[in-house]
Design a protein. Structure first.
Ligand code: C2E
Ligand code: MG
Ligand code: MG
Length: 751
């Protein structure tokens, strides 16, 4: 029988094998997130090239050698007994200690030198051992020794010097991981380590010439490794206007006069095509004397920037008309008031609401209604001076902000112009449409009043214009506020409504998009008003929020929804797996002891915590107060899942996604609306689905209205969805039938 490579050890130096091993060791070390994770791979490479059957990683802490659990062995049956010995406390390891002291590879043919494992090693037929120090600067011979790789051989003779040298070089690569771990720790970003795995990795020598260029670098910059290596980095990847700074900085870093860039700096880079793009770089120096290198991770930020830009713009503009939305208007009002205060001028804010738009919308159909709104926006924009703002507040309500006006006189004349602007009919779908609007005007002259007050006043005046017969304007005055207090009666009514059991829950199915099977339901509240009929949440939730009534209202919803969901297990076999999603307001979340309340509600209803999903709108999470974080952690501990509702509408920063324990992203309907229209319209939905999968969150698409949207979302691999296409929200009585149906939209094999 011919002996195996391990049994004989490799006497000859197989250059091809070693080159492969070195290359792989460098690559693994450039990517690994920890020494332990890279060591196994590198030890396997070295053992296979050298013909050694066993290798073991030992850590060095405070000069002492410590065993680790990281081993490589070619034959577990044969060498497995070494593992148990390695676990023993207080093992002495003279060979490893000698490697630490010398800072160089050492060999022994006397296994007593390897410490506690020696007896087992001898039993397993091993005869010699080598210890390779790992230096913290990744250079193979400088810096401090932070770990040792100990390899065992079957032969008792010292391996040839070039085999030892090659193995030392491969093991030495592991120092890069340590070096980088330290750079990351210094940047206080543990996160970085998990992220860098997909980054471009580049290193340059002391002349600034590229020596390392991984496949990600090829993808990011457009130059292949063969083209890049040996050329100055500055020529390939740095825009010309930054050349001097770059070369200057590089020189000073290499001379030790400047620190490398702070971790995660954002810079501009150059692509092969000549295009510039934003990158984030983390740089460190490596090696000493003579062989200094500068290494770095480079991440392409263009995709993220584009996405953030789109989100930010979408968050501040109305998608249909492209006009500023309520958020941006509020900001402009605030600035306008501040400027007015300084200049002694006034600001007029007008709210224009189209009369009976609901009827018109129904007669024209959805598309026609949309086009009409766009036309109204355009006409109002033409009416104003360039510096003024026209915003769409939502639905059929527009706002106009005019600066530098001369008090009420000007405000009134603008209001008259706005009402007059509707006299000319609008052209929609080839027909003339006559519209009127009711306009409320408020004037502000000092920085003092909050923008909300001016908005409120204009709103009150607008309602007065509606009450006064529509197609007219009203200027706000204080007496109107008295009328507005009538609206307090809503509060009174609602308080009674909650107490007297007038709230109703409707349930909308959430389905697996690939099969249409029901995964759960979202509970949506309605108010059975004794005079006004069944009211949708938008008619009373805002005032419930304002008055604090949302807390008792939300309590009722949570209790009722849990009781209802707990029954599903009895009416259908799938019932025990279904989830129930309940909307939660910021005010509820802020209540001390609210998590206990949730726990109690679960216990009382008998619903399993894993069945409950709490939906919280994005803006609440973005505030990201300590209370929010603490509360979410408490809920997570209960076993309850957390969803971000209306994701994408309140964007400012995505950082909170990483910090808070979130399980589910509900993609706002506004992203889904355009999803079937084309690549441009679906880009954001695609990005959000991808973001969710990157962060390992479940994505739920909200407001799916058509089969086309469904098919496109399936293509984007969005796992869950809800919308009128599957089912409108249903009263509880309809649920057994839905569960019997099983799937609401099956896979169509023809698609
Ligand atoms: P949400 O949580 O984002 O709920 C989804 C809303 O989208 C529901 O409106 C649902 O009927 C509607 N919807 C679902 N599919 C479609 C579709 O295909 N097309 C269209 N046009 N709409 C669709 P709903 O029931 O009017 O609720 C509106 C909002 O009121 C909810 O938005 C939620 O923010 C709030 N809300 C509802 N119930 C509660 C509650 O119990 N507590 C709190 N705090 N808020 C609630
Ligand atoms: Mg919701
Ligand atoms: Mg939503």
């Amino acid at each position: 029988m011919t002996p195996t490579r391990e049994e004989v050890g490799a006497n000859d130096l197989d250059a091809r094998l070693w080159l492969g091993a070195l290359h792989r060791a460098a690559d693994v070390s450039a990517r690994a997130v920890s020494l332990e994770s890279a060591a196994g791979d590198v030890m396997a490479q070295v053992c296979s090239a050298a013909g050694w059957p066993v290798a073991w990683l030992l850590a060095v802490a405070g000069g002492r050698v410590e065993p680790t659990h990281v081993w490589h062995m070619t034959d577990h049956d044969r060498y497995g007994s070494l593992l148990a010995v390695g676990d023993e406390e207080g093992m002495g390891a003279p060979l490893a200690a000698r490697a630490v002291a010398l800072g160089e590879p050492v060999w022994t043919g006397d296994l007593a030198e390897v410490g506690a494992v020696c007896t087992e090693a001898a039993h397993a037929g091993l005869s010699g051992a080598l210890a390779f120090p790992i230096h913290d600067d990744g250079d193979g011979h400088g810096g401090v020794v932070v770990a040792v790789v100990q390899c065992f051989s079957v032969r008792a003779e010292r391996p040839p010097p070039d085999v030892v040298a090659m193995a030392a070089a491969a093991v030495g690569q592991l120092g890069r991981v340590v070096d980088r771990e330290r750079a990351a720790a210094a940047s206080d970003e543990a996160v970085l380590m998990t992220e860098v795995a997909h980054d471009a990795y580049i290193a340059v020598d002391e002349l600034g010439r590229i020596v390392e260029w991984n496949p990600e670098a090829e993808a990011v910059f457009g130059w292949s490794r063969a083209e890049a290596v040996g050329r100055p980095l500055v020529d390939l990847a740095v825009p010309a206007r930054h050349h001097d700074d770059f070369i200057d900085h590089l020189g000073r870093v290499l001379a030790g006069d400047a620190r490398p860039l702070a971790p995660r700096r954002e810079l501009v880079a150059l692509h092969r095509s000549g295009a510039e793009f934003p990158v984030q770089v983390t740089v460190w120096t490596n090696g000493r004397d003579g062989s200094r290198r500068i290494c770095g991770f480079v991440r392409d930020l263009s995709e993220r920037k584009r996405f953030e830009g789109q989100l930010a713009s979408q968050a501040l503009h109305d998608r249909l008309t492209g006009l500023p939305n309520r958020v941006l208007l509020r900001d402009r009002v605030e600035h306008a008031l501040a400027r007015a205060g300084r200049r002694g001028a006034s600001v007029a804010l007008l709210i224009a609401d189209i009369d009976r738009f609901k009827l018109i919308n129904e007669s024209l159909g959805h598309d026609g209604g949309d086009r009409l709104l766009v036309a109204v926006g355009e006409r109002l924009t033409e009416l104003l001076r360039p510096g003024d703002t026209v915003a769409r507040m939502g639905g059929d309500e527009f706002a106009l902000l005019c600066e530098d006006i001369d008090g009420y006189k000007d405000a009134v004349s603008i209001a008259a112009r706005v009402v007059g602007a509707f006299e000319k009919p609008f052209q929609v779908q080839g027909a003339d449409m006559s519209l009127t609007a009711s306009v409320g005007v408020a004037v502000g002259a000092v920085a003092g009043p909050a923008p909300e007050l001016l908005l409120r006043d204009a709103d009150v005046a607008m309602y007065r214009a509606k009450d006064g017969g529509r197609d007219r304007y009203e200027v706000f005055d204080e007496t109107m506020l008295v009328d507005a207090t009538e609206r307090l009666s809503v509060e009174h009514d609602l308080r009674r409504g909650i107490a007297e059991g007038q709230l109703r829950l409707y349930y909308q199915p959430i389905v697996h998009l690939d099969t249409g099977a029901i995964a759960g339901f979202e509970a949506l509240v309605r108010w059975q008003h004794p005079l006004r009929g069944l009211l949708p949440p938008l008619e009373f939730i805002p005032s419930a929020e304002e008055t604090g009534l949302i807390v008792p209202l939300g309590r009722y919803v949570l209790q009722e929804a849990c009781l209802e969901a707990a029954r599903w297990g009895d009416i259908h076999p799938s019932g025990e797996r279904l989830r129930i999603s309940v909307n939660v307001s910021a005010k509820q979340l802020a209540q001390p002891g609210w998590s206990d309340e949730v726990a109690q509600t679960l216990a009382e209803s008998g619903l399993a915590p894993r069945q409950l999903v709490l939906e919280i709108t994005e803006s609440v999470l973005m505030d990201d107060t300590d209370t929010t974080a603490v509360r979410l952690e408490e809920l997570r501990r209960l076993g309850v899942r957390i969803a971000i509702d209306d994701f994408g509408t309140g964007y400012s920063s995505l950082g909170y996604l990483r910090r808070l324990p979130v399980d589910i992203l509900k993609i706002d309907k506004s992203f889904i609306d355009g999803v079937a229209e084309g690549p441009h319209e679906s880009a954001l939905a695609r990005a959000v689905v991808k973001l969710a999968s990157t962060l390992r969150l479940e994505a739920v698409a909200e407001g799916i209205n058509s089969r086309k949207q469904l098919l496109q979302l399936r293509r984007l691999r969005c796992p869950y969805g809800q919308g009128f296409y599957f089912s409108r929200p249903q009263p509880p009585a309809a649920i057994p039938r839905l569960l019997d149906l099983g799937a609401l939209e099956g896979v169509d094999p023809g698609e």
